[in-house]
Design a protein around this ligand. Structure first.
Ligand code: ADP
Ligand code: MG
Length: 399
């Protein structure tokens, strides 16, 4: 789960981490009220969307010459004008995709006199089973270019969660950022606080870009992105309360209500599968046959008829779906239950795309009979390869 910048900063501040003062705003009036509480004379008005690259982003409605989604404002009147410009409009950045994201929230914050911009991020590194802290002296809006062209300017420090954050990790961070004296001490303290925040909150990613050295010699977090391990959210109701469903894919939100693991993808074959491994294999074999999956969907081991119906409706609500492949191994779940769910769902919605079903396991014959006797144009398949070939052929034929 992702949260907004202002929410992430609120969380970091609780760990004693330095952030510029700022206020979230849902309206122009709130933005002005927030600015009035700040000392000035420099303010920053920041679009709050779950995507980075806002500074260089463009508003669809304002044309290519308008300023981006992060703006320096020199007066309260400027804050007001910027807030009017941004709220309700669609911001396109390198991370939003071409459709962009509507800006519904702003963050009005203190303008900071920046001496230098750094980069610092943390993530769970599955390869080493450790936490990686990635730092660079080249922070700011072009970190992707730095990573691509000059990867030697990026340093990775790995921290073993079994022993935790040690003073030498902090010294390594300060060294990689080429800091000395008091700034090095600040970097050591900050990286330790960030590690505590990261592990305490069950983050899977925390990125600070830029981390800045101010002209008066302080390290401050100017921008941050945080995402959390959804499986650990039950331990953090305060974080869960920060969820902004308007930023999420509506189909993924719907799927989470039914406890379905659903991820929207770019292809045109909808998949309904039980078990993550089988779902991955199904996506692979669709690709092997020359098409692309429209989604990953794991209905889980003990899915009910209701769950299958919901899953089916979610897949069908995606206009990109040109065909559906159901691939179920009935171990815990019985094939006849699945078949009943499919038939019920197909009746409820207007099934106007080809549907190939491969069932295997407990009560497979019963399940196949239910499908065959349903009067619906369902194509039955005998194994995974057969199923993939059939659905790809059906979709190509219909196109
Ligand atoms: P994004 O990464 O989405 O473009 P940032 O919050 O990093 O958004 O803002 C982009 C740039 O704007 C930063 O690299 C920084 O130079 C500048 N900036 C952001 N916040 C402030 C601030 N409070 N004071 C001064 N400059 C800022
Ligand atoms: Mg940034």
């Amino acid at each position: 789960m992702n949260i907004h910048e202002y929410q992430a900063k609120e969380l970091l501040a609780k760990f004693g981490i330095g952030i510029p003062t700022g206020y979230a705003a849902m309206s122009v009036e709130e933005a002005v009220a927030g600015a009035n509480k700040l000392p000035g004379p420099l303010y920053v008005v920041k679009s709050q969307i779950h995507a980075g690259g806002r500074g260089k982003g463009k508003f669809v409605e304002l044309g290519p010459d308008a300023k981006g989604g992060v703006r320096l404002a020199k007066s309260i009147a400027d804050v007001e004008a910027d807030a009017k410009d941004m709220l309700g409009n669609t911001l396109v950045t390198i991370q939003t995709g071409a459709a962009g994201k509507q800006v519904n929230r702003l963050y009005v914050t203190d303008g900071v006199d920046i001496a230098k911009e750094f980069y610092l991020s943390m993530l769970v590194d599955r390869a080493s089973s450790k936490i990686a802290m990635i730092v660079s002296t080249e922070g700011g809006m072009d970190i992707e270019t730095v990573a691509h062209d000059t990867p030697e300017l990026i340093t990775t420090i790995t921290i073993d969660p079994a022993t935790g954050f040690m003073p030498h990790h902090g010294r390594a961070v300060a060294f990689a950022l080429k800091l000395s004296g008091d700034l090095a001490k600040q970097a050591q303290k900050l990286s330790s606080q960030l590690y505590t925040a990261f592990t305490t909150l069950d983050c899977d990613m925390l990125e600070i870009n830029p981390l800045v050295e101010t002209k008066d010699g302080n390290l401050l977090v100017l921008d941050t992105k945080m995402s959390f391990d959804s499986n650990a959210l039950y331990r953090h109701p305060d974080v869960e309360a920060m969820r902004d469903e308007t930023e999420e894919d509506p189909m993924e939100v719907e799927a989470s209500k039914y406890d379905l693991a659903y991820i929207k993808l770019d292809g045109d074959i909808g998949c309904m599968v039980n078990g993550a491994g089988l779902a991955m294999a199904t996506m692979d074999i669709i690709k092997l046959n020359g098409s692309f999956p429209a989604n990953f969907l794991d209905v889980g081991g003990g899915a009910t008829k209701e769950k299958v119906t919901a899953a089916f409706k979610i897949i069908l609500s995606d206009p990109a779906v040109k065909g559906i492949l159901v691939n179920i191994f009935g171990g815990i779940m019985r094939c006849d239950t699945i078949a009943e769910g499919i038939v019920a769902a197909a009746r409820e919605v207007d099934l106007d795309v080809p549907l190939v079903v491969r069932l295997e396991g407990t009560n497979v014959q019963k399940g196949k009979d239910i499908l065959a006797n349903s009067g619906l144009p369902i194509v039955s398949a005998n194994d995974l390869g057969d199923a993939a070939r059939k659905i790809v052929a059906e979709v190509k034929q219909a196109a």
